[in-house]
Ligand binder design. Structure first.
Ligand SMILES: Nc1ncnc2c1ncn2[C@@H]1O[C@H](COP(=O)(O)OP(=O)(O)OP(=O)(O)O)[C@@H](O)[C@H]1O
Length: 260
C-alpha cells in the first residue's frame, strides 16, 4: 500500500467576523493521493475554510501547515507559487486576454518575472514551455489564440483551473469548477481536470462543491460543514451511508447533528 504523505494540515482553525463565527474549531488534513470534497448548505463556511487554507484570510485562532511549514503570514500569491494554489477565476476577470496570455500571466508569477516584462512574455522560452504543457494537459491547445470571452463556457472554466496549474501546485483547491456548465458537459470538464492533475504532478485536490453527483463520483473523502463547524469527515462510501449528514448537506437537514 502506498504510504500517505501529509501535505496540508489545519489545527483548530476558527474565523470570526465580529461576533459572528463563520468557522469554528475545524481540524483538517490532506495527504498525497486524496481528493477531498467540502460540502454543506449555503453559508456553512466552506469558502471561509478555503480562504483560510489558502492564506487569503488569517484564522482568528488555529494554525495551518503546508508540507510541515506554518503558513501564517504567507500571502495567497506566495503560497500559490510554493505549491498550494486555488483556481482564481482569471479567465473571468481578464476576458480580453487570450488563452495563451491568461496562462502566461500565471506562468510569469511562478517564474517570478517582473510585471513590466508582461509585454515580452510571449517570447519567453520558459513561459512558452509552461503555456504549451498546461494548454495541452487541459486540451486547450486549439484555443490558444482565442480570447477568454469567446470560449465555450466549459473551456472557460477549464482555463480558470489551467491558469492555477501554471503555478505548479502540489495541492489545488477548486471552488465549484463546473458551476454553470451543462449537466452533459460537467463530467467532461472534471475528467479533463483530473487527467491534467496527473500529467502536471498535482498530488491532492480539495473541491468545494454543491453538486453531489460530482462529489460522489470523484471524492475519496468528504468533509461536511454546517454553521461553521465540521460535522463529518468520512471516506466517500461511509459518508453516503450517513443519512443524517447527507440530509443536512442537501438542505433537508435536522438542526442538530453530533460532531465528528
Ligand atoms: N467578510 C465577511 N464578513 C461577515 N460575514 C461573512 C464574511 N464572509 C463570510 N461571512 C459569513 O460567513 C458565513 C459563511 O460564509 P461562506 O461563504 O464561507 O459559506 P459557504 O459555505 O461557502 O456558502 P455558499 O455555499 O453559499 O458559498 C456566511 O454566513 C457569510 O455570510
Amino acid at each position: 500500500m502506498q504510504r500517505e504523505k501529509m501535505l496540508l494540515r489545519a489545527v483548530n482553525i476558527s474565523r470570526h467576523y465580529g461576533d459572528f463565527r463563520a468557522l469554528e474549531h475545524v481540524d483538517l488534513s490532506l495527504s498525497t493521493g486524496e481528493f477531498v470534497s467540502v460540502v454543506g448548505p449555503n453559508g456553512a463556511g466552506k469558502s471561509t475554510l478555503v480562504n483560510v487554507l489558502t492564506g487569503l484570510h488569517q484564522p482568528t485562532t488555529g494554525r495551518v501547515y503546508f508540507r510541515g511549514d506554518d503558513i501564517a503570514g504567507v500571502g495567497a500569491v506566495e503560497l500559490a507559487t510554493c505549491g498550494l494554489a486555488r483556481a482564481f477565476q482569471l479567465a473571468n476577470v481578464f476576458l480580453d486576454l487570450t488563452v495563451r496570455q491568461t496562462i502566461a500571466v500565471s506562468a510569469s508569477s511562478y517564474l517570478k518575472l517582473r510585471r513590466s516584462a508582461f509585454v515580452n512574455l510571449m517570447g519567453h522560452g520558459e513561459v512558452d514551455g509552461i503555456v504549451r504543457r498546461v494548454a495541452q494537459a487541459f486540451e486547450l491547445t486549439p484555443w490558444l489564440d482565442v480570447k477568454a470571452r469567446a470560449l465555450p463556457h466549459g473551456r472557460r472554466k477549464l482555463l480558470d483551473v489551467a491558469s492555477a496549474f501554471a503555478l505548479h501546485p502540489k495541492v489545488i483547491l477548486l471552488d465549484e469548477p463546473t458551476a454553470g456548465v451543462s449537466t452533459a458537459d460537467k463530467h467532461g470538464v472534471m475528467e479533463t481536470l483530473l487527467s491534467a492533475s496527473k500529467t502536471l504532478g498535482v498530488e491532492a485536490i480539495v473541491l468545494v462543491e454543491h453538486d453531489m453527483d460530482l462529489v460522489s463520483r470523484y471524492s475519496t473523502r468528504i468533509i461536511a460543514m454546517q454553521a461553521g463547524k465540521k460535522i463529518a469527515d468520512l471516506p466517500r462510501d461511509e459518508f453516503f451511508q450517513n443519512e443524517e449528514v447527507v440530509s443536512i448537506v442537501i438542505g433537508k437537514g435536522a438542526a442538530n447533528v453530533s460532531c465528528a
